[in-house]
Structure formats: C-alpha cells, structure tokens
Design a protein around this ligand. Structure first.
Ligand SMILES: *Cc1c(COP(=O)(O)O)cnc(C)c1O
Length: 352
C-alpha cells in the first residue's frame, strides 16, 4: 500500500516538528530611538541553521500531500545554498535519496554541508542550465524536482500552521506595539515575503511590508515595471536577489521595495555582529539596513511603534567570504563609509 508509506512519512515530519522549539524573537533597544522597538526573528536557530528549514518542511509536506513524493523517490533541487542543506535533512529523515543540482563553481564548504546530511551534489558547467538539468535528472531517475523558485509561495500555509508571520505576531503579543508599523524582509524565492504579506491582510493588520533587494537583482525593476523578461547579473548576497523575476515572487503583497547597496548590506551585517555578539549572514545585513531606514523614517515623522525583520542564517557560513576583509576588497566592497555612519545613527541618532 503506497499510502502507508506516505502516512508514515508525514508522521515523521510532524514528530520532528513536535520535537523542535520555535525560533527566538530578539528585541534590540536602540539607544538613539527609545520610542521605536526593533525585533529580529532568529531563523538561524533552526536545526539546519536557516529560514530554509521552514520552507523545506513545507515543500516536503506539499510534495507528499500532492502525491508527488512517494516511497523511494529521488528528491532533486536546484540550489547550492540553504535550501539544499535543509532539504537534504528532510530527505534523510524520510530515507529518500537527495540530489542538489549546483554550478561547478560552488564552494567546497557548501558541498560539504549538503553531503553532511547525506545529499549528493550534481555539478553543472553552465549555471543557466540548472533548471533544465534538474528536470532532466527527474525524468531519468523517476524522481521529483522540488523547484523552490516556483513553489515556495504556495507550499507554505500563509493562514496558519505556525508559519513565519503567525508565529512572529504571536510572539509580539505582549510587546508595547504588538502590530509592527513595518515588516522588512529580503527576497530569494520570495516565499517569505509572500507569507508575510498575505498573513498581515488575513489577520486584518495595518502593518506595511517593505522588501529590500540587493544590487543586481531583477526583483526591484520587476516590481516597478512588471516586465517578466528582465534579466540581470544576479546579486552577490547569498540567498537573496535573483537574475530573473521568479514565479514565487509576488509583487502585489509588497507595500514598498528598496534597493540596498552592497556596501550598506555588509556594513549593517558587521554592526549587527557588534550588537548581538555573534555573526549573521549577508542577507540579514540587507534586512537590518532596511529596518534602520524604516526606523529613521518613523523617527523623522515623529512616529512611535515597532519594526520587525529576520535573521536569515548564521555568519559562520561566511567566514571565508563576507567576514574576510580580503574577500570583501577583492569584490570591491568597502564598508568604511557605511559602518561608522550606521553606528552613529544607532547610538546618536540623526538621519540615514
Ligand atoms: C532563501 C533565503 C532568503 C530569502 O528568503 P525567501 O523566502 O526565499 O525569499 C534570505 N536569506 C537567506 C540566507 C536565504 O537562504
């Protein structure tokens, strides 16, 4: 009976969820702005170290309930980053083979992370062929291509089921401003911003959603022009910004989009390390910078309230890149202007 296996698989995922705790909602006091509260939902504390743990769980449940994932299926994903790591974890939980289809240029550290959870990496010469190669492998192996960039927005239950928005608002319930004035989030698949944007409407909130986008991403231009043929070089901040508008990115739930310079992203990442006493990833820097811009705008308008954003992953993944000054200067990234400016804003106030 094939259903027996599927039922047991869903039970395993639910049992894994039951054993897990929710991620922390951190609150940071801003010395210069005592009337504006800043919150960081720490998605780096999931078992696989990033917000993609939530997505991978949703994508597996979606695939199982759609009848796409069955006993012995090979699971295939086009990802060299956090998604592949988290999906390898869930594939192992269910005893399924997992293949990450990744560019040949992918770093050894990332391959090691995917292999750690029992995943196999299939290297592709031409990065633009990753989707086609994933479809081909799925046909060849009789496997299932998960396709995060298409399905992220619909695999997640945006009404409830402990989604990122529901849990964030539940955790804010006893705060002075439980309904944030702004939610700030970057977009990779766009799945998280879709869930946040839908849930604030569903919950009848007045919260505004600001999506921050790195340089060289197609999302920002697409948001304004809705031209789906836009192509860009692709961003250098891992996990966010895409060279093309992805199906999972839903522009209509977003109230404002801001483009963040890479120098500001990495300066904000370094400032947040000072404030938290630990390292966060690059996309968290983009989020944090966006949140500071919203704090600045609220202060200027004489508004009180709260701003919330996400810690997407841990900085330990980027010791040889973002946290290495030689890597940054080789990439032309210079935080010398931004870091003192952001530090001053945080401690003394003024404008951003
Ligand atoms: C995927 C990812 C994001 C963006 O989240 P989406 O829900 O895919 O838009 C941000 N940061 C990191 C590190 C990611 O891996």
């Amino acid at each position: 009976m094939p259903r027996q296996w599927v039922n047991a698989a869903i039970k395993k995922i639910e049992a894994d969820f039951q054993r897990s705790a929710d991620t922390h909602l951190l609150k940071l006091d801003i010395p210069a702005f005592p009337h504006i509260q800043l919150y960081l939902k720490d998605e780096s504390s999931h078992p696989t170290g990033s917000l993609k743990h939530r997505l991978a769980r949703s994508l597996f449940l979606y695939g199982l309930c759609n009848g796409w994932i069955t006993e012995g299926k090979t699971i295939i994903e086009a990802s060299s980053g956090s998604t592949a790591v988290s999906e390898a974890y869930f594939a192992r939980l269910l005893g399924l083979p997992f293949i990450a289809v990744i560019p040949k240029s992918t770093s050894a550290e990332k391959i090691a992370k995917i292999s750690f959870y029992g995943g196999r990496c299939h290297l592709v010469d031409d990065p633009s062929q990753i989707d086609a190669e994933s479809h081909r492998l799925a046909l060849e192996t009789g496997g299932h291509f998960v396709d995060q960039f298409t399905y992220a927005e619909r695999a997640t239950d945006w009404r409830g089921n402990n989604n990122i928005a529901e849990t964030l608002f539940e955790q804010m319930r006893h705060e002075p401003y439980p309904e944030p004035t702004w939610l700030v989030m970057s977009a990779g698949t766009g799945g998280t911003s879709a869930t946040l944007g839908r849930h604030i409407r569903y919950a009848g909130m007045n919260t505004q959603l600001c999506v921050v986008d790195p340089e060289q991403s197609a999302f920002f231009d697409y948001y304004h022009s809705r031209d789906s043929s836009i192509r860009t070089k692709g961003a250098c901040v891992e996990g966010i910004g895409r060279p093309r508008p992805e199906l999972s990115f839903l522009p209509d739930v977003i109230d404002e989009m801001l483009q963040v310079p890479d120098n500001a992203t990495f300066a904000a990442m370094l400032l947040l390390e000072e404030l938290l006493g630990r390292k966060v990833g690059g996309s968290t820097g983009t989020n944090f910078y966006g949140a500071l811009l919203k704090v600045s705008a609220m202060a200027k308008a004489g508004q009180q309230g709260s701003v919330a954003t996400l810690i997407c992953d841990q900085g330990e993944r980027y010791l040889n890149t973002y946290y290495n000054p030689d890597w940054r200067s080789a990439k032309g990234i210079d935080t010398a202007h931004w870091l003192p400016k952001l530090r001053q804003f945080w401690h003394q106030g003024g404008d951003l």
